[in-house]
Design a protein around this ligand. Structure first.
Ligand SMILES: Cc1cc2nc3c(=O)[nH]c(=O)nc-3n(C[C@H](O)[C@H](O)[C@H](O)COP(=O)(O)O)c2cc1C
Length: 187
């Protein structure tokens, strides 16, 4: 099997985002487990809030097309999302909505894994259900192991790796599921 290429991004672009920290820890682990992680930031793919009139006038933003190209070139995608009032942040939903205007290959092609980091103990259970729903609605294979990272500030060491054994075990299980499905597809 050729080295699987995994794109990782966070639904928060905040400088000190715990979801970016989750992405960083996952990138280390993907590498340890034989994959090539490619971290991206939604800061590099800014898009206006979706509006059909805007699209009629201007077409799909270049940033959307660039992001779709990136995702389509990946074997796997990992998304870490914050939970805002029990839902996914507007940034993430807007990004998904815009990309769906280009086509759906970026969803049906790669294998997806999802996670959510929260400062409190609840670990984003509600937002992961939503993200799972939306991705499946778009034809995505999302592996069953989800990565809820509650009390997230205590989960990473200074180098950005997982220190918490339970979270790391879940992360390894998710990555194994993703790499297993990617290998199955490559056969
Ligand atoms: C508008 C808003 C709503 C929030 N709602 C929730 C929530 O429903 N559940 C939760 O666990 N945390 C909630 N939080 C706290 C976020 O989990 C916290 O700000 C987290 O650090 C955001 O992710 P980030 O660090 O990756 O930016 C909310 C934060 C904001 C700003």
């Amino acid at each position: 099997m050729s080295t699987p290429r995994i794109v990782l991004f966070s639904g928060s672009t905040r400088a000190d985002s715990i979801n970016v920290k989750l992405v960083n820890a996952m990138a280390h682990l993907f590498k340890d487990m034989g994959a090539k992680p490619v971290k991206i930031s939604l800061n590099d793919y800014e898009m206006p809030i979706y509006n059909g009139d805007w699209e009629d006038e201007n077409g799909v933003p270049k940033t959307t097309k660039n992001l779709v190209r990136r995702l389509k070139a990946a074997d796997g995608v990992f998304i870490a999302t914050p939970e805002y009032n029990g839902c996914m942040p507007a940034l993430l939903k807007n990004t998904i909505d815009w990309t769906s205007r280009v086509g759906l290959d970026q969803f049906s092609g790669p294998v997806y894994g999802i996670g959510a980091a929260t400062p409190g103990p609840m670990s984003g259970i509600m937002v992961m259900r939503q993200l799972h729903f939306v991705l499946c609605r778009l034809g995505t294979t999302v592996v069953p192991r989800q990565l809820g990272a509650g009390n997230a500030s205590a989960l990473f060491d200074k180098k950005g790796r997982f220190v918490d054994g339970r979270t790391k075990a879940y992360a390894q299980e998710q990555i194994s599921q993703m790499l297993g499905e990617i290998e199955r597809r490559q056969k």
